[in-house]
Design a protein around this ligand. Sequence first.
Ligand SMILES: Cc1cc2nc3c(=O)[nH]c(=O)nc-3n(C[C@H](O)[C@H](O)[C@H](O)COP(=O)(O)O)c2cc1C
Length: 304
Amino acid sequence: MEDISFGKLKFKRNGILASGILGTTGWSMAKVASAGAGGITCKSISLNFRHGHPTPVVQAYEHGILNAVGLSSSGIDHSNHELTIVRKNSDAIIIASVFGGTPKEFAQTVEKLDHTIIDAIELNISCPNVADEFGLPFSATPESAVSVIKIVRPVTQKPLIIKLSPNFPKLGLIAKACEEAGANGITAINTVGPGMLIDIDTFQPKLSNKRGGVSGPAILPIAIRCVHDIYKNVTIPIIGMGGITHTEDAIQMIAAGATLYGVGSGILYNGLEIFTEINQGITDFLAKKGLTYQELIGISHREG
Ligand SMILES: Cc1cc2nc3c(=O)[nH]c(=O)nc-3n(C[C@H](O)[C@H](O)[C@H](O)COP(=O)(O)O)c2cc1C
């Protein structure tokens, strides 16, 4: 497959490792790249060290995964060191995922990343805005999403990708506001929810945090609908993720409008081979249909 353009970035392969899965150490990220991922997103980084929630933080069920890791982070300086290891040991595009409690905290972290070896920055704005009266995430409204981008945009030359949550209405308008504020790409979606699972021996919620975000196969239709909505509203490229475990899922995501597909939970279901399997599956599919990769992107929006 030829290189795929995502704005100014050129990806050698079209699968992306989603943030939060095997994205903490340089060696685990390099391993995912050598297994076939064209881009690697690290676990979201904060300015300073954060513990996250106590265990249990992840619970698998038949159709997906519930998690409330609580945005644990080793802090920007340690994460930078790990990202250097990925650069030296892989040809993948490196996307640094960043989160903060305030727009200023986002900007401070991004500023520190601007002169490093990473290729792009993903703003995980699904985290709560600590200044919001109800602790709503920044991705909840166009205004709060833009409040982060406006402060971050001037402090970096790197491409800025905004990661959106499926849990709020008017996703298309939120994405459009992000584009107008200077975003170079959108990643969709983060986890769905919150959800809860209960242990029927103790009758207590299975996660220490009680509630968590849902990922994996259960959320595929929600993710595809979100990417479809976003594609209709923006001209910047999209990384589509949420529930992808097979080639057919990734093809649907690209047909909905994603330029690249992302996998997180799918690795837990199908192992690291998932990237090579899907890439080969897409190549075979395109040959069978007589389509180019570019023609597949957003094809569901064109009249038959
Ligand atoms: C255990 C776990 C940890 C995650 N941590 C992050 C994170 O740090 N930052 C982020 O933006 N998304 C995080 N996510 C969300 C994923 O990146 C992805 O958006 C979501 O899981 C949907 O994709 P999937 O169904 O392929 O997993 C996490 C997901 C899981 C399952």
